[in-house]
Design a binder for this molecule. Structure first.
Ligand code: URA
Length: 271
């Protein structure tokens, strides 16, 4: 058995502790992502790009793989944030904290900036804060966050160590609705500056809102999985949102395949 198989078996053992094991599938396969580590990198959304017309919240079903993918609509426009390209972490945090670029600022308790190592090789991007995150000021601290932490642990990753976690929008959409294209566009410069400051080696989009925002393709999440996309020149992999996985337990094994694929992509990048 070669080193890679051994590593994947070791990860599989840990994954079982978190209920991520795909061996419960009838075919008994070890969960390995279909795409090879050297899979081609696809051109993704360009700098400052593209916010789709509609992004389904994880509660909303994904289109089935057979459904026709519609091309991404023209990006919603939002004014630039003056001087953002030269902002350091403190300046960026201050601007996000006081932001009123869209209506989400009216009902938030606080903006949820992001958390993690500021030079993390891994960047995970979710949709937007929920009630727990709005309360605590940190992304993914509710039930979905617990699952995310479990998935990270199974992949031998940890928030704050080699991982940074951010969201497409920094303020809670009321009632946990999907952020509108305008809201996502208003927040896009902040996420883009976070990407530039962190300089991650790999980005993982969690769920359809992040996937559409970062790939610029308004298609099903299923159709974006298993391939290496790119965002601002950085390899990007798409997987399910943890909140979706809480309601669709069988898809946990697919998310696990995606994480293994992400690990292999990272390893191929020499990290
Ligand atoms: N869902 C998200 O997309 N982000 C969070 O921070 C929490 C839940």
């Amino acid at each position: 058995m070669d080193d890679r198989s051994l590593r994947e078996l070791e990860l599989l053992a840990v994954a079982r502790l978190y209920g991520l094991d795909a061996r419960s599938r009838s075919d008994g396969d070890v969960p390995v992502a279909s795409a090879p580590s050297g899979a081609p990198v696809e051109a993704g959304a360009s700098r400052g790009a593209a916010v789709p017309a509609r992004a389904d919240r994880p509660a909303v079903r994904d289109r089935s793989p057979g459904e026709v993918a519609v091309p991404a609509p023209a990006p919603a426009c939002a004014p630039e944030v003056a001087g953002i390209g030269t902002m350091d972490w403190n300046a960026l945090k201050a601007v996000v904290r006081d932001c009123n670029r869209c209506g989400l600022c009216k009902q938030r308790k606080q903006a949820v900036f992001g958390v993690g190592h500021e030079s993390a090789p891994w960047l995970f991007v979710g949709e937007g804060p929920g009630a727990d995150e709005d309360e605590k000021g940190e992304p993914f601290v509710g039930q979905a966050g617990k699952l995310l932490d479990g998935m990270l642990a199974a992949a031998k990753l940890q928030r704050g160590r080699e991982v940074y976690i951010a969201n497409v929008v920094k303020c809670r959409p009321p009632g946990n609705r999907v952020p509108s294209p305008e809201e996502s566009a208003a927040c896009a410069p902040f996420l883009d500056r976070q990407v530039d400051l962190i300089g991650p080696k790999l980005i993982v989009a969690l769920g359809r809102t992040a996937a559409i925002r970062l790939t610029g393709q308004e298609v099903s999440l299923a159709s974006l999985r298993g391939r290496v996309h790119a965002y601002r020149g950085i390899p990007l992999i798409v997987t399910y949102h943890p909140a979706y996985l809480l309601r669709n337990l069988p898809d946990k094994s697919k998310a696990w395949e995606d994480l293994l694929f992400a690990r292999r992509t990272m390893a191929a990048a020499g990290t």
